[in-house]
Design a protein around this ligand. Structure first.
Ligand code: SAH
Ligand code: MG
Length: 193
């Protein structure tokens, strides 16, 4: 039996520079899940399994499917999910989310993977969203760089441009209405109109 606590995951992420959700961001998300009685969740970007574990711990009848493409992250997530005894609640898929075909419909889809691909993730997985479901996206502020990236490298500026494009895509969207929150690293909540 491996003894592990949420705090250990947070420390591991800090030491190894794994970009897990910020404390108030994950706090907001787990409250939202509780308040809205959300049971069936899809997450794009597992990293070490931190957010999927936190969401699963809200209630024993919550099921999370989470996708991770990086081998090291995938293995770490598997180990952590197992250590928390959450294999019955969390389905971890190894692969690039853009190559994975899912047939299930979810109450909540959480996009927290490669920022340059946010529009692609949204367009692909909206077909897996229940009519009443929500798509939540993380890191729309990108450590404040979306507001000001004047001192950044060309690569970072390019990424900021992609995030701004995603924000515009959400603002102009005909199908979805989006609320933007300055919680954590910037979170959006999109619902069908
Ligand atoms: N949701 C996690 C943090 C995810 S960090 C948490 O808060 O605990 C982003 C992760 O997305 C990284 O581990 C990265 O490898 C993964 N990722 C990026 N692009 C991806 C893709 N196209 N498909 C699957 N995983 C992807
Ligand atoms: Mg994130």
């Amino acid at each position: 039996m491996v003894h592990i606590r949420i705090n250990d995951l947070e420390n591991y992420a800090k030491e190894n520079h794994v970009p897990i959700m910020l404390k108030d961001g994950i706090g907001f998300l787990t409250d939202y899940i509780k308040k809205n009685n959300i049971k069936h969740i899809l997450e794009i970007g597992s990293a070490i399994g931190y957010s999927s574990i936190r969401m699963s711990l809200v209630s024993t009848d919550i099921k999370v499917t989470t996708i991770e493409r990086d081998d090291i992250m995938y293995n770490k997530a598997k180990e952590n999910i197992n250590a928390f005894n959450l294999d019955n609640q969390i389905t971890l898929i190894h692969g690039d989310a853009l190559d994975i075909e899912l047939t299930d419909k979810y109450d909540l889809i959480f996009i927290d993977a490669a920022k340059a691909q946010y529009i692609k993730f949204f367009e692909k997985f909206k077909h897996n969203l229940k009519d009443s479901g929500v798509i939540v996206t993380d890191n729309l502020s990108f450590h404040g760089l979306v507001e000001d990236s004047s001192n950044c490298s060309r690569n970072t500026k390019q990424l900021v441009k992609k995030i701004k494009k995603y924000i515009e895509f959400l603002k102009d969207n005909k199908e979805f209405e989006t609320e933007f929150m300055s919680i954590g690293d910037g979170i959006s909540i999109s619902k069908r109109k």
